[in-house]
Design a protein around this ligand. Structure first.
Ligand SMILES: Cc1ncc(COP(=O)(O)O)c(C=O)c1O
Length: 408
C-alpha cells in the first residue's frame, strides 16, 4: 500500500470517460443504451461481455511507482467498482461517480468532504430517518449545525439558509411522505446564498430524475434500492459534475474507506442494466395502486406525486419522467389500524427497504423512521408506506383490498 498519495494518483481509474466509453457517450444520450454499455466495455483478454468480479485486494506493479492503469490497492480503486462508478456517472449525466458500501457511507463521505465543524446544513423536515440520525446523532457531535425545513415550501427553505450554510440537502420525492421539492428553484436559492445542493435521488432513480441537469452539485443514492433493484445488495453512490469536487470526494472515499466491494459493485451494476424497464413497470403498477387506494373509504389520504391532487404534482411532472414506484397512505382509524393492515398483507411483504422487484409494505413510525420519533421529523402514526413491485398489478390490488378490509 502506498501512503501520502496525491489526489491524482489515487483517483485515476474512476476518472473522466475515455476510450470506448468516451466515444459511447458521444454516440448516444439514450439512458437504456448507457445503462447497458457505459463503463462496461468487453473484458480485453477474453471478450467477456459482463465485467468480471475482480476479487483482489492488490495488483502486481510493473515497477516501483508504475501500477498498471493506476490500480494499486482495492480500497483506492478496483476495476469492478470503476465499471459501476462510470455507469452511474453516465446515467446521472455527471462527470464522476463513486460507489460506497451503503447509502449512509456515501452521505457521510459527502458531508465530511464539503463541511467542517461550525458549518450549517439545511435538511428536509421529512428526510429518510437514517439521514436524520446521521445529522442529529453523529455529525452534530462533531460540531455540524443543522436545521430541518419543509423544502417543498421555497420561502421556508430560503428562511432556513444562513451565512454559514454550506449544504442544502434535498430529498425528492421524500421518504416516506412523498413530498416534492423543486430542485431547480432550490439550487438557485442555495447558490445565491453560497451553499451547495445535494439531492438524494434514491426514490426517483436516474431514470426518472436527473438532479445535476437541474442545477444540483451532487447526487447521492442508496443504490440498495432501485439501482440494485433486487433486494440483494447494500450500496451507495455519489455523482457530481464538477471534476474538482469529484477529485476531493475520491480522495475522501479512499481516505475514509467506506467503499463498495467488488461483488456488491457487480450486483449493483447488473441491476442498473435493467433499471429503465423495471422503473417503467414500477410506475405502471404504482399508478394503478394509487388510483385504487384513492377510492377507498378506509383511508384519509393517499400520497403519490402522480395523483393530480398531490400538492407537488406540477413540479414532479416538470422534473421527473414519471412518478415512481412508492405510494404512502394514511388510515382513518389511526395507528393500530395502520399496523393491522401491514400485518394482514400477504403479497406485499412486511419489510423495510424499497425499490426491489417484490412489493413491500411497512409502518414507517415503528420501522424505518423509528429513529425520528420525538423529533421534528417524526412521521404520522397512521402512515403506511408501499414499495410497489413489478408483479401482476391485479394481484397487488387484490392483496391490498383484503388487507384494507375492515380497517375502518
Ligand atoms: C432516501 C434514502 N436515502 C438514503 C438511505 C440510506 O441508504 P442505505 O440503507 O443503503 O445506507 C435510504 C435507506 O433506506 C433511503 O431510503
Amino acid at each position: 500500500m502506498t501512503h501520502g498519495l496525491a489526489v491524482e494518483e489515487v483517483t485515476a481509474p474512476g476518472a473522466a470517460p475515455a476510450g470506448w466509453e468516451g466515444s459511447l457517450r458521444a454516440m448516444t444520450r439514450s439512458f437504456e443504451t448507457l445503462a447497458i454499455h457505459a463503463g462496461q466495455d468487453p473484458e480485453p483478454v477474453t471478450g467477456a461481455v459482463v465485467p468480471p468480479i475482480f476479487a483482489t485486494s492488490t495488483y502486481q506493479q510493473d515497477a516501483v511507482g508504475a501500477p498498471r492503469q493506476g490500480y494499486e490497492y482495492s480500497r483506492t480503486a478496483n476495476p469492478t467498482r470503476a465499471a459501476l462508478e462510470r455507469c452511474l456517472a453516465a446515467l446521472e449525466g455527471g462527470q464522476r461517480g463513486l460507489a460506497f458500501a451503503s447509502g449512509l457511507a456515501a452521505e457521510d463521505t459527502l458531508l465530511r468532504t464539503v463541511c467542517g465543524p461550525g458549518d450549517h446544513v439545511v435538511i428536509p423536515d421529512d428526510a429518510y430517518g437514517g439521514t436524520y440520525r446521521l445529522f442529529a446523532r453523529v455529525a452534530e457531535r462533531w460540531g455540524l449545525r443543522w436545521t430541518a425545513a419543509p423544502l417543498h415550501d421555497l420561502d421556508a427553505a430560503a428562511a432556513a439558509l444562513t451565512p454559514d450554510t454550506k449544504l442544502l440537502w434535498v430529498e425528492t420525492p421524500t421518504n416516506p411522505l412523498l413530498r416534492i421539492a423543486d430542485i431547480a428553484a432550490l439550487a438557485a436559492l442555495a447558490h445565491r446564498a453560497g451553499a451547495r445542493v445535494v439531492v438524494d435521488n434514491t426514490f426517483a432513480s436516474p431514470y426518472l430524475q436527473r438532479p445535476l441537469e437541474l442545477g444540483a452539485d451532487a447526487v447521492v443514492h442508496s443504490t440498495t434500492k432501485y439501482c440494485g433493484g433486487h433486494s440483494d445488495v447494500i450500496g451507495g453512490a455519489l455523482v457530481v459534475s464538477d471534476p474538482a469536487l469529484g477529485e476531493e470526494l475520491a480522495y475522501h472515499q479512499n481516505a475514509m474507506g467506506g467503499v463498495a466491494g467488488p461483488f456488491d459493485a457487480w450486483l449493483t451494476l447488473r441491476g442498473l442494466r435493467t433499471l429503465a424497464v423495471r422503473m417503467e413497470r414500477h410506475c405502471d403498477n404504482a399508478e394503478r395502486v394509487a388510483e385504487f387506494l384513492a377510492g377507498r373509504p378506509e383511508l384519509s389520504e393517499v400520497l403519490y406525486p402522480g395523483l393530480p391532487g398531490h400538492p407537488g404534482h406540477a413540479v414532479a411532472a416538470r422534473q421527473m419522467r414519471r412518478f415512481g414506484g412508492m405510494v404512502s397512505f394514511r388510515v382513518r382509524a389511526g395507528e393500530e389500524a395502520a399496523v393491522a393492515i401491514c400485518n394482514r398483507a400477504r403479497l406485499f411483504l412486511l419489510g423495510e427497504s424499497l425499490g426491489g422487484v417484490e412489493s413491500l409494505i411497512e409502518h414507517p413510525g415503528r420501522m424505518t423512521h423509528a429513529s425520528a420519533s420525538g423529533s421534528p421529523l417524526e412521521v404520522p402514526p397512521d402512515l403506511v408506506r408501499l414499495s410497489v413491485g413489478i408483479e401482476a398489478v391485479e394481484d397487488l390490488v387484490a392483496d391490498l383490498g383484503q388487507a384494507l378490509h375492515s380497517a375502518r
